[in-house]
Design a binder for this molecule. Structure first.
Ligand SMILES: [Zn+2]
Length: 207
C-alpha cells in the first residue's frame, strides 16, 4: 500500500529512517514525529553525530577496530598478551568479548565474513593483514571467534588454509553456543567460557 504523506519534508525524513536495518515505515514515521518534538538543538546534535561518525571514523591500523586514535586502546595496552589474537567479525564482538573480562589478548577485526550471497569475498575482509600479523613472529596463537553459521565456518576454513604456512597455533572457541547463534547475542558467561575452553581448530572438523 502506498502511503500518502501530507508533506514532502515528512516523506523524505520517513524514507531516510526506513533505510535503517529493522526499521519499517511505521516505525520510521514514529521516529520522525518524535524528532519534531525535540528541540532544534537536539536534532542538530543527532544529525551532526552521524555526519561526524561517518566522516571522521578511524580504524586501528593494527586490528581494524573502530577507534579515535591511530592505534586503538586495546592494541596500545602494554598489559595485554600480544601473542594471542582473537579473530572476530566486527566491533560488536570485540565489545561482547571485552565485557566477559576473560580475554586479555588482542583482536583482529575482519569487517565481516565471507558471504557469496551478499557479494562479500575474502578480498573485502581484513584477511591479508591477519596473515601479515601471523607472519610477524610475535603472534603465537590465533583464536577464531566467528559466528557458527555456514558463512562463519567457510571463513574459518579459509583463514585456516591461508595461515597454513605460518608458525601459529590456530584454535576455535568452544561451541557451547548452538548452531546459528551469533556470538554477540550469547551471554557473557557462556562466551567467556567458550574462549577459555577453546579447542585446536584442526580437531574441530575431525570430530
Ligand atoms: Zn587495535
Amino acid at each position: 500500500m502506498i502511503q500518502k504523506y501530507p508533506s514532502a519534508l515528512l516523506e523524505n525524513a520517513v524514507n531516510e529512517f526506513a533505510k535503517l536495518p529493522g526499521i519499517g515505515r511505521k516505525t520510521a514515521l514514529r521516529l520522525v514525529l518524535h524528532s519534531l518534538k525535540r528541540t532544534p538543538e537536539e536534532v542538530e546534535n543527532f544529525g551532526q553525530s552521524i555526519i561526524s561518525l561517518r566522516n571522521e571514523i578511524n580504524y586501528c591500523k593494527v586490528c581494524h577496530n573502530i577507534c579515535d586514535e591511530e592505534v586503538c586502546h586495546i592494541c596500545s595496552d602494554l598489559s595485554r598478551e600480544t601473542a594471542l589474537v582473537c579473530v572476530v567479525e566486527n566491533i560488536k564482538e570485540v565489545m561482547a568479548i571485552e565485557n566477559t573480562g576473560q580475554f586479555h589478548g588482542l583482536y583482529h577485526v575482519l569487517g565481516g565474513i565471507i558471504s557469496p550471497m551478499d557479494g562479500i569475498g575474502p578480498s573485502d575482509l581484513q584477511i591479508d593483514s591477519l596473515v601479515e600479523r601471523a607472519q610477524s613472529g610475535e603472534v603465537k596463537e590465533i583464536i577464531l571467534a566467528l559466528s557458527s553459521t555456514m558463512e562463519g565456518d567457510t571463513t574459518n576454513f579459509y583463514i585456516y588454509r591461508k595461515l597454513s604456512g605460518c608458525d601459529v597455533k590456530i584454535s576455535i572457541i568452544a561451541r557451547g553456543i548452538s548452531i546459528g547463534d551469533e556470538i554477540e547475542y550469547t551471554d557473557e558467561i557462556t562466551l567467556g567460557r567458550s574462549i577459555l575452553n577453546r579447542i585446536n581448530f584442526s580437531d574441530s572438523f575431525k570430530l
